[in-house]
Ligand binder design. Structure first.
Ligand SMILES: *Cc1c(COP(=O)(O)O)cnc(C)c1O
Ligand SMILES: [Zn+2]
Length: 430
């Protein structure tokens, strides 16, 4: 069995921590922690074929896109109770119009909206709640822009734990709030921004001994990193040139980088794709920090974007994400809400729906191709992080009056009126 431990990521510290502790920060310097392993030596072929075989199994943990790759998660012991909702195993979808619009590039979508609660957060949550169960935790808490809370509420419910979530007042979409309430979570609406809610939660969680499941929890990252194994397997272990993700708290970018690093170390991939992070222009602290070469985070105090899942001004995981970009030769770009809107429309033309934050990826690719930073016809994999139905208000808010006239007719309930109405719209060439 591989050896698992947690370790501080700060270069000046790097101390190993007591793995039995429920800690999210270094006990010595307050730095972020990372889960590390001394892996047993594997034969890559044997591992690949075991993972492949499990897809045919009827066992729930073999069918989970996270636990199917459990050799990468050896913090779990054989007698641990795994809390799974059959997360992961999401599709890779090719695009035509969106790839043309954004490049032209060979654009493939990894759609994480196809998860039990509709976002990639489920990959991290299954790992983190499984860990919480093994520690005997009764109460879990998070601050959230919405999707972490939907996911936490579902997994906590399944594990029989109390879930408490902190959300900025009136800043999360109705669908996300409804999911959390449906799963019986306690919802505390506090502050105007995610950052404010998160700050308060960190203080109170220490005091009241809640188990924090925000992405500073290193076990969230462990679950989320398995997306890399899954996508490589789907691509017959041929890595793309770029993996593009939206960046909020930067847990996802950190997880993808960690996954790539471990697959490389285990000899499962040769080439490492560049990891590209896209932020919304009104909430782009990571972009600013990298663009100016600052050694400190240039936080954004009043983050503002309609892509609420990435409306974050003080990303907790920025140092982890920065290391990922350095190690993979990746970069960060920033796009306007207008550009995000256009990208979402381009994806819709391929029949692919997603929430606004996810579409930021494709908007970013377009911008980077135009700037010559991504070459034309490159092999680009964009991670769409959340489901279309997570934010239907956004869609309704953005409909032009011209679209409404073409697409939405109110008709008197008689055949005569129906005929007239249909003829009037169908006569106009599409
Ligand atoms: C959480 C979330 C993000 C941001 O991910 P981070 O790990 O916080 O950078 C992006 N899109 C969606 C849909 C999300 O739920
Ligand atoms: Zn430390």
């Amino acid at each position: 069995m591989a050896l698992a431990f947690t370790q501080c990521i700060e270069e000046t510290c790097g101390r190993k921590q007591d793995p039995k502790k429920n800690a999210h920060q270094c006990a010595y310097c307050g730095g972020l922690l990372e889960v590390k392993y001394e892996f047993d030596p594997f034969d890559p072929e044997v591992l690949r074929s075991a993972w492949h075989q499990r897809r045919l199994s009827g066992e729930p943990i073999d069918r989970s896109g996270v636990w199917r790759f459990r050799e990468l998660l050896p913090f779990v012991r054989p007698d641990d109770r795994i809390i799974s909702l059959s997360e992961g195993s999401t599709p890779l979808v090719g695009t035509r119009r969106a790839g043309w619009w954004a490049g032209p590039v060979h654009l493939t979508i990894k759609h994480q909206g196809n998860n039990p609660t509709g976002s990639f957060k489920d990959l991290g949550m299954t790992a983190c709640i499984t860990r919480a169960v093994s520690l005997g935790v009764r109460v879990v808490a998070c601050a959230s822009t919405g999707n972490t809370s939907s996911s936490m509420a579902a997994y906590a419910s399944r594990a029989g734990m109390k879930a408490i979530l902190f959300v900025p007042y009136r800043q999360i979409s109705a669908a996300k709030l409804a999911q959390a309430l449906d799963f019986g979570a306690l919802v505390i609406e506090v502050g105007d921004t995610f950052d404010q809610a998160f700050h308060l939660l960190r203080e109170i969680a220490a005091e009241m001994d809640f188990y924090l499941v925000n992405s500073i929890n290193p076990f969230r990252i462990e679950g989320q990193k398995t997306i890399v194994a899954e996508m490589m397997e789907q691509r017959a272990w041929r890595p793309p040139d770029y993996i593009v993700v939206p960046g909020g708290n930067l847990g996802n970018a950190s997880a993808i980088g960690k996954g790539l690093r471990e697959l490389k170390e285990l000899g499962l991939i040769e080439k490492v794709p560049r990891v590209v992070v896209i932020q919304a222009a009104g909430a782009n602290p990571f972009y600013r920090t990298l663009a100016t070469g600052s050694r400190e985070l240039l936080a954004v105090d009043h983050p503002d974007t309609e892509a609420t899942a990435i409306r974050i001004g003080h990303p907790a995981n920025w140092k982890k994400a920065q290391r990922v970009l350095e190690w993979t030769g990746g970069f960060c770009e920033s796009v306007t809400d207008e550009e995000i809107f256009e990208a979402k429309a381009a994806l819709a033309e391929d029949g692919v729906g997603c929430e606004p934050a996810s579409a930021a990826t494709v908007a970013g690719v377009r911008k980077l191709v135009r700037a010559g930073k991504i070459e034309r016809h490159a092999d680009v994999l964009a991670v769409l992080t959340g489901h279309q139905l997570k934010d239907t208000d956004y869609v309704m808010r953005h409909r032009s009056s011209e679209q409404e006239c073409r697409q939405r007719l109110r008709v008197e309930p008689n055949l005569e009126a129906l005929r007239k109405a249909l003829e009037s719209v169908l006569a106009v060439p599409a």
